[in-house]
Design a protein around this ligand. Structure first.
Ligand code: PLP
Length: 276
């Protein structure tokens, strides 16, 4: 494990964040999580471009270019001597006396590099249970903001209910999971919420849509209802850390056969081919 804060690599348990850091006080920043497979950061460029876009959306100037961040992450992985890793990168509006309006400060960058915490093959083979919850987040969910309180509360409720994930519902339609994108499969067609302000535009989502197109699997970026999900043939979630993961139960309702179905399995296999 290794950390980085404002120009310096440090042990991960270093006490380095000043009290008046705006990430700490306001959650005034944006972040990314990048998975590293066998020494290679997967879809790193895509993640860092999204980081830039998130920063721009909150009027935050990036302290480094995408190329500089790529180099920094590479250096961190070498220093930490990690092959299978998870890199967390966070940019905030910096260190300044606590006032809401933008300070006259330089942005802060912090980073952690840790061994990957991958799901077991057993989890992929059995799929997971999820629970439906009201989406109580703000309306700019396309920004990967540090403000994750609604996501945290949803995930904890899911956990309390013995579920892997909370699948969120806004205005009668499934948006996404608390930290994943969500999909339903009906009659061989994959449905997922359109990439607008109501969801995070998942990097895994984009990769899966590409893989589906190449495999000739039809995808409709259309919002679907909880009832549609409950009666789906298959369902799944995607994220950097969960890859393509079957939903086999939604609350008390078993989805399809109760086992990961052929579309999910095919998409996960094709997705994994991108990694090598
Ligand atoms: N949706 C939300 C709310 C997330 O927090 C995440 C990732 O953590 C995702 C979707 C999946 O995005 P990605 O595939 O880029 O990891």
């Amino acid at each position: 494990t290794l950390a980085f804060f404002n120009g310096e690599f440090l042990p991960i348990d270093s006490l380095v964040i000043p009290i008046d850091e705006r990430g700490h006080q306001f959650g005034d920043g944006v972040y990314e999580v990048i998975k590293v497979y066998d020494g290679k950061p997967f879809l790193m460029r895509e993640h860092l471009v999204r980081l830039e876009n998130s920063a721009k959306a909150i009027r935050l100037e990036m302290p480094y270019t995408v190329e500089q961040l790529e180099e920094l992450i590479g250096e961190g992985l070498t220093r930490a001597d990690l092959r299978d890793a998870q890199v967390y990168v966070q940019i905030t509006r910096g260190i300044a006396v606590r006032l809401h309006a933008f300070p006259d400060a330089s942005p802060s960058i912090s980073m952690t590099l840790r061994p990957a915490k991958s799901l077991s093959e057993e989890t992929f083979n059995t799929g997971v249970k999820v629970t439906l919850l009201e989406d109580e987040r703000w309306l700019n969910c396309y920004i990967k903001s540090l403000n994750l309180l609604a996501n945290i509360l949803a995930k904890q409720t899911a956990s309390d209910r013995g579920c892997f994930e909370a699948v969120l519902v806004r205005d009668g339609y499934v948006t996404e999971g608390s930290s994943t994108n969500a999909y339903a499969v009906k009659d061989g067609v994959v449905y997922t919420h359109p990439a607008n302000k109501r969801i995070l535009h998942g990097i895994t989502r984009a990769a899966v849509l590409q893989v589906a197109a190449e495999a000739g699997i039809e995808v409709r970026e259309e919002a679907f209802t909880p009832e549609f999900l409950l009666s789906a043939d298959e369902a799944f979630i995607t994220s950097t850390t969960s890859e393509v993961l079957a939903i086999t139960q939604v609350d008390d309702t078993v989805i399809g056969t109760g086992r990961p179905g052929p579309v999910v399995n095919q998409l996960h296999a094709k997705f994994r081919e991108l990694i090598v």
